[in-house]
Write a protein that binds this ligand. Structure first.
Ligand code: ADP
Length: 372
């Protein structure tokens, strides 16, 4: 073999095999694709994810974990000890790194914001041994809602119990002999009638609230001419106004205002506003109703010359069962749910309700609903 032939054969042997090169390129592409898929997945997760190596070094941290732990976007901490400082969270991590077993628990972080976290820690394979994977679920809102639900159930039970106790007391007194006492038996029966009417109102308001909260209203919306609607509502409340010695008038109601609303819910909301303005008024007091366009919204204003609401109570006035004066609310047959029904109706329609009040002078409630 000549030297030239030898050189040619060697060059051929050293030249890259085109099929092997193509396979390597495919594998590199597949690796790149799966790496970017993994990154997308970690970026899109609402749970915080932290992968930590056997010596406590941070291998992976996703944006949600950064946000939960308060790590600014530009900074990448090297060690878990720099960011996992909360003692219970640290204990979960240490247990998993030491035992390799899964661990879970609820912890409260106080910085950067107060949050309740449910943490799941499992072991994971790191390049130089077994590390730990922390998944952080933010359950702050869930726990707050659960707390609200518990309080609501306790409040409802209490509100139902009060009239039931009164009814039971009156029935027992009647059965114990008052039934045969012509001077008193009627008053006990009247008390039973009054308390059962209160129970009925409470159940009706609870059902209304549940419906407003759960029912999508888009299909029940109709165009409603505000002027005609208010004339009807004012007529409906005239009897109550006369009983309380209050004058109820429509003042400036702009013509041709139309809102798109669920007629039943709007009746409930405006009816409750008018009833309150009458009930919490003074004898010879006045209730004035106005309606006007305000940008894309219709503003329905109910102003009264009643007792007003102290500034300290204003922030809580739309909460369920919140009453400024329990005795007055009870006297007037209130359930404590009227204003929260109004607020839910307004919000379900994409609107709002607000109040201004001067104790001793009166209150002014404004209901804003989008114009049709
Ligand atoms: P209630 O059934 O007790 O009237 P609401 O939810 O309608 O319940 O109102 C909550 C509380 O807000 C009332 O108990 C009352 O103390 C206060 N309030 C509501 N409207 C007025 C008003 N127009 N003037 C003064 N206080 C009011």
């Amino acid at each position: 073999m000549t030297w030239v032939m030898w050189r040619r054969r060697r060059a051929a042997a050293e030249a890259p095999d085109p099929t092997v090169e193509a396979r390597l390129q495919d594998q590199a592409r597949a690796l790149e694709t799966s790496r970017s898929q993994m990154e997308d997945l970690l970026h899109g997760m609402v749970e915080g994810v932290l992968a930590i190596g056997p010596r406590g070094e941070i291998l992976v941290i996703n944006p949600a974990a950064r946000e939960i732990l308060g790590i600014p976007p530009g900074r990448t901490p090297a060690a878990a000890a720099d960011v996992v400082r909360q003692p219970e969270l640290k204990a979960l991590l240490d247990t998993t790194l030491a035992t390799g077993g899964p661990a879970a628990g609820d912890v409260t972080l106080y910085a950067p914001a107060e949050r309740r976290l449910r943490v799941h820690a499992t072991s994971c394979q790191a390049p130089d041994g077994r590390g730990a994977l922390l998944v952080l679920h933010d359950i702050t809102d869930l726990q707050r809602l659960e707390q609200i639900r518990r309080e609501f159930v306790a409040n409802v039970s209490h509100e139902l119990k009060t009239p039931l106790t009164a009814i039971r007391g009156a029935v027992e007194t009647l059965l114990d002999g008052a039934l045969g006492d012509p001077r008193h038996n009627r008053s006990f029966v009247e008390a039973i009638a009054e308390e059962s009417a209160r129970l009925g109102r409470l159940v009706d308001d609870l059902l209304t609230l549940a419906q407003v909260e759960s029912k999508p209203i888009d299909r029940s919306k109709r165009p409603i001419a505000v002027g005609e609607f208010l004339t009807r509502e004012l007529a409906r409340q005239q009897a109550l106004a006369a009983t309380c010695g209050v004058t109820l008038t429509a003042e400036a109601v702009e013509p041709a205002l139309t809102v798109s609303a669920d007629p039943h819910q709007l009746t409930q909301a405006v009816g409750n506003l008018l009833e309150n303005a009458i009930k919490y008024n003074r004898p010879q007091g006045r209730v004035m109703v106005r309606a006007a366009a305000d940008g894309p919204a219709c503003r329905i204003v109910v102003e009264d010359t009643g007792m007003g609401i102290p500034a300290a109570d204003l922030p809580r006035i739309f909460e369920r069962f919140y009453r400024v004066d329990k005795a007055r609310s009870r006297e007037t047959g209130g359930t404590g749910l009227g204003l929260s029904i109004i607020k839910h109706v307004a919000e379900a329609h994409g609107g709002s309700v607000s109040v201004e009040s001067r104790p001793g002078h009166g209150s002014c409630f404004t209901l804003r609903l989008p114009l049709a």
